[in-house]
Design a protein around this ligand. Sequence first.
Ligand code: S3P
Length: 425
Amino acid sequence: MPKSRVVGGTHRVPGDKSITHRALLFAALAPGRSTVTGALTSLDARSTARVLRQLGAEVSPLRQGTPVEIRGRKRLVRSDTALDCGNSGTTARLLLGLLAAQRFSSRVTGDASLRRRPMRRVTDPLVAMGARVTAGANDGLPLTITGGALQALDWELAVASAQVKSALLLAGAAGGVEVRLTERAATRDHTERFLRHFGFDITVRRGVLTLKPTGQFAPFDITVPGDPSSAIFLLAATLLADRGDVRIAGVGLNPSRTGFLAVLRRMGAVIDEANVTESFGEPLGDLITQPAMLVSTDIAADEVPGVIDEIPMLACLAARARGTSRFVGLAELRVKESNRLELLATNLQRLGANARVDGDDLIIAGRDAPLAGRVVTHADHRIAMAFTVLGRVAGNRIRVDDPACAAVSFPGFDVALAALDQGTR
Ligand code: S3P
């Protein structure tokens, strides 16, 4: 009989990835000195810092525990070398929006995973605004973008993507033109919150988001909340433990990011929120939870944009829940850092769980028999972390091929996970 795992304590997760990227980008556009406290220092955040330095912004090294100082400038400068966004889709897409408003050419590239990811969803509307883009035969990086005088945009977004939306808003705000976007579904709204802070007029009415170029970029000081998309891994590890009580303090609670809390609650988790406050227009607070007997749940297609980064962990939890879960409409998961839809299903199957892909849906029949085997991550950080958490369940023997790739979004993930443990009884 395996011993029961006891978890406890108060923990923190690294700064929010989406907010960190945006804070660095906006600070680079604001002439003067800005500071970002609690920034994520992961590989993805470093990619954004690196490309902004290449464009003439001064960005201090990203070090855990030290605020980042940025000296932005009114006009960015051309880089002689390619802007390498590494593994980071957010860096690449938001950067393209920013570059569309700069009067010079830039070469943008990324690692093998990022070079496979679709970019026309951003470059097509940027070209409609007046940017010039020279790309290879396929829909991706590397490409060259030449920015300049832009014109107003009225565009229907074909996919629900905060990265695309943000790129176009950035182009409009930096280029001084109006942008009207018809959205299929609401997505994370951090960019809108920043832009409102700078005085841009942003309205959302019946699925149409309008930006009027009324604002101006000015230096700012921000404290970044903990990343809810990282917190889910510690919450899930707690739910799967046997005893104890865990608090994750200072987590971002922007409603466009917390859809996963509703899903976890439907699965039987009790999650309390405490010390809720607001910082730089973003709500944050503590999340408190305990181990739970999980039951299956369905995720409807219109719920997916709100839980897009949490699907890997939710799928692994569904593999341990009583009953069959169906996650509907996951096409976008195919174009993340890996083809997450296929990887989730094949890895769960390889471990002996009952999972399959049906069209764009993922169907998982939960069971509590031990799972064992090797997980192939394709260097996808969220796949690595989700299966590492599943591997903590007593009796499971799961080996993750590349646990170190967690550093893309969650530096110190293994240490944070181990810190939950208060022993076994
Ligand atoms: C992000 C948007 C989402 C998300 C990504 C971060 C952002 O991507 O998956 O991790 O910061 O805007 P999509 O816009 O491709 O859905």
